[in-house]
Design a protein around this ligand. Structure first.
Ligand SMILES: Cc1ncc(COP(=O)(O)O)c(C=O)c1O
Length: 334
C-alpha cells in the first residue's frame, strides 16, 4: 500500500526538469545585485501583480515579517485574523521584529469582513496603540484553504484607506486562490500595498517567497532583509526553480483542488469523522466525532495510507500537492 504524505504542500521535492532548470541557471552575487536569475524572477513577479518591484526572500515568514516592519513603527498595532499565519505561526515575529501589538479579528473560516476590521482599528487616542496595518491571508490556511471574494477585499481596503492604514496580503497560496476564484493577479495586487507569495508550497519549489510592492518600499525592504540575515548570494539557483514553477506548475494547481474534493468525499463516511469542511482549494479539514482521540485517529489514517496533521482540537488537515497524483487519490480506498 502506498502512503500518501498529505501533511503539507511544503513537502514536495523538485522535479527533474526543475532541478535541470536550477542547474542551468545564470548566477551572480545577489547581495551585490548581480544575480540575473533573481532579477528576472523579481521583475516577473512584480509585473504579474502590477507592482513596481519585488524582493526574493528565503521564506514566506521572512517576506511577511519584512512587510510588517515596512508598514509599522514599534508601538503600533497590526490588525489580522485570529488564526492568521502572521500572528500564530511566525514565532511571535510581529512583537519580536516589529515591536508591535496585534488586534485580532475572529473571522469566518479565517476570513475577516470590513465591519470586523473597522471595529478593530483603534481610535486616535493617546491611550491606545496606533493601528497602522491590516494583514489578510488569501487563501487562509487555518480556514481550510478558503478564499476572499474580491468584493470583501475591496471593502476592507476602503476601510483601511479611509483610516490611513496600509494593507498587506500574506499570499502564501494566492495562486491557489486565483485558480479557485478566477481572480486576476493584477486585480488582487492593486488592493494591497505589499503582498507575498510562496514558491515552496503548491508551486513545488524547494525554497523561496517573493515580497512585492512599490520601488520605494522594496528599497527599504532590501535593507530590512539584510538586517534579518536574509541577503543571499548565488540565489539564482533557487530563483530559477521559481521561474520554472511559474511556467510549468501554475496550471496544475487545479488538479490539487480536484483531488482535495475527491478526497473530502471519500472521507465523509470514514470511521471517526463527523464532517469535512468543503474544500475550496487544496486543503481538506476533517472534523472528528466527539471523543475520537486525534493521535489514535491520525495513526489509523496513516495505517490506511493517508498521512495527515493535527490541525487543532478535533481537527485533522490533509493537503493535496504536486507529489500526489489524481491516480493516487482515486486509487485510495479506506
Ligand atoms: C498562510 C501562510 N503564510 C505564510 C507561510 C510561511 O511560509 P514559510 O514556511 O515559507 O515561512 C505559510 C507556511 O505554511 C502559510 O501557510
Amino acid at each position: 500500500m502506498k502512503l500518501l504524505d498529505l501533511r503539507s504542500d511544503t513537502l514536495t521535492r523538485p522535479t527533474r526538469p526543475m532541478l535541470q532548470a536550477m542547474m542551468d541557471a545564470q548566477v551572480g552575487d545577489d547581495v551585490f545585485g548581480e544575480d540575473p536569475s533573481v532579477r528576472h524572477l523579481e521583475e516577473r513577479a512584480a509585473d504579474m501583480f502590477g507592482k513596481q518591484e519585488a524582493l526574493f526572500c528565503a521564506s514566506g515568514t521572512m517576506a511577511n515579517q519584512i512587510a510588517i516592519q515596512l508598514h509599522t513603527s514599534p508601538g503600533n498595532e497590526v490588525v489580522c485574523e485570529a488564526n492568521s499565519h502572521v500572528y500564530l505561526y511566525e514565532g511571535g515575529g510581529i512583537g519580536k521584529n516589529a515591536g508591535c501589538s496585534v488586534r485580532l479579528v475572529t473571522g469566518r473560516q479565517g476570513l475577516m469582513d470590513a465591519l470586523g476590521v473597522e471595529m478593530a482599528i483603534r481610535p486616535d487616542d493617546p491611550h491606545f496603540p496606533s493601528t497602522s496595518l491590516v494583514c489578510l491571508e488569501h487563501t487562509s490556511n487555518k480556514g481550510g484553504g478558503t478564499c476572499y471574494p474580491l468584493d470583501t477585499m475591496r471593502q476592507i481596503r476602503q476601510v483601511a484607506q479611509g483610516r490611513g492604514l496600509a494593507m498587506h496580503l500574506d499570499g502564501a497560496r494566492v495562486f491557489n486562490a486565483m485558480t479557485a476564484t478566477g481572480q486576476g493577479a493584477k486585480g488582487v495586487g492593486e488592493l494591497f500595498d505589499t503582498m507575498t507569495f510562496c514558491l515552496s508550497k503548491g508551486l513545488g519549489c524547494p525554497v523561496g517567497s517573493l515580497l512585492l510592492g512599490s520601488g520605494e518600499a522594496m528599497h527599504r525592504a532590501r535593507r530590512i532583509r539584510k538586517a534579518m540575515g536574509g541577503g543571499m548570494r548565488q540565489a539564482g539557483y533557487l530563483a530559477a526553480a521559481g521561474t520554472y514553477a511559474l511556467d510549468h506548475h501554475m496550471e496544475r494547481l487545479a488538479h490539487d483542488h480536484e483531488n482535495a474534493k475527491i478526497l473530502a468525499e471519500k472521507l465523509l463516511d470514514y470511521p471517526g469523522v463527523a464532517g469535512v469542511w468543503p474544500p475550496e482549494t487544496n486543503i481538506v479539514v476533517l472534523v472528528l466525532a466527539n471523543g475520537v482521540d486525534e493521535s489514535a485517529f491520525l495513526q489509523r489514517l496513516k495505517d490506511a495510507g493517508l498521512w495527515g496533521l493535527r490541525f487543532g482540537p478535533g481537527l485533522v488537515r490533509l493537503v493535496c500537492h504536486l507529489d500526489v497524483s489524481a491516480q493516487d487519490i482515486r486509487a485510495w480506498r479506506a
